[in-house]
Design a protein around this ligand. Structure first.
Ligand SMILES: CC(=O)SCCNC(=O)CCNC(=O)[C@H](O)C(C)(C)COP(=O)(O)OP(=O)(O)OC[C@H]1O[C@@H](n2cnc3c(N)ncnc32)[C@H](O)[C@@H]1OP(=O)(O)O
Length: 181
């Protein structure tokens, strides 16, 4: 981090202008992991191996402020009309500046562009996602036929979406939310 990368909390507009949201590059994985690590320790986000971030890199957008990764978020497609918002995180010193909302809406645009009609998320941040058009759901969000197809996935996030018994310890206390685009 360079000296002028420090955040001036007294000038939120300047901060916003200097913070660029862009597609992730391989060199960003370290910054993404640094953002996620403390949240994974608090069980807010799921901890993943480095290789998993590289494998899913094209799903990610990052927010960069003066060379530092200060936010990230990913869009994971699950089915023809359905994708999940994953790993949405903002650095502590940037919380409440609108960055999480900007990242989320960029991912929503990405989703629309590729034909996704519904976005799922599993989160403790119910108020934030509700303000972005998500509503809580009970039960399954897909038909029995699609459920059976999704059961074939090896992805742990899909298992969490399906609410499988074996992943329930990971999702304890999280809320299941959906937004129609
Ligand atoms: C699907 C998943 O990935 S689930 C996991 C979601 N991520 C986490 O739980 C990780 C930990 N949490 C975080 O990293 C953050 O709290 C996030 C990503 C949820 C939200 O990031 P933030 O940058 O704080 O979001 P943002 O600033 O857009 O909105 C937060 C609040 O700031 C306020 N805010 C929004 N825009 C601005 C602005 N321009 N200036 C000041 N405050 C603002 C809003 O009032 C908003 O209030 P709300 O949370 O009650 O809606």
């Amino acid at each position: 981090m360079t000296a002028d990368a420090s955040v001036d909390p007294d000038d939120p507009d300047a901060l916003r202008r200097r913070t660029v949201i862009r597609r992730a590059r391989t060199a960003d994985v370290r910054g993404i992991r640094d953002l996620v690590a403390p949240l994974a320790a608090r069980r807010v986000l799921v901890s993943k191996e480095a290789v998993t971030y590289f494998e899913s890199l094209q799903e990610f957008r990052v927010a960069e402020l003066d060379g530092r990764i200060v936010g990230c978020g990913a869009l994971h497609v699950m089915w023809e009309d359905l994708a999940e918002i994953r790993t949405l995180a903002v650095a502590d010193d940037m919380l409440g500046t609108g960055l999480g909302g900007r990242l989320l809406e960029e991912l929503v645009d990405d989703a629309r562009q590729i034909g996704v009609e519904r976005l799922f998320c599993l989160t403790f941040e119910v108020g934030f996602f509700a303000r972005h058009g998500f509503t809580e759901i009970e039960g399954q969000a897909v038909s029995a036929e699609v459920y059976a197809e999704l059961l074939r996935s090896y992805d742990e996030g899909v298992a969490e979406f399906l609410d499988l018994e074996r992943v329930k310890p990971n999702t304890l206390g999280n809320h299941r939310m959906l937004r129609t685009l």
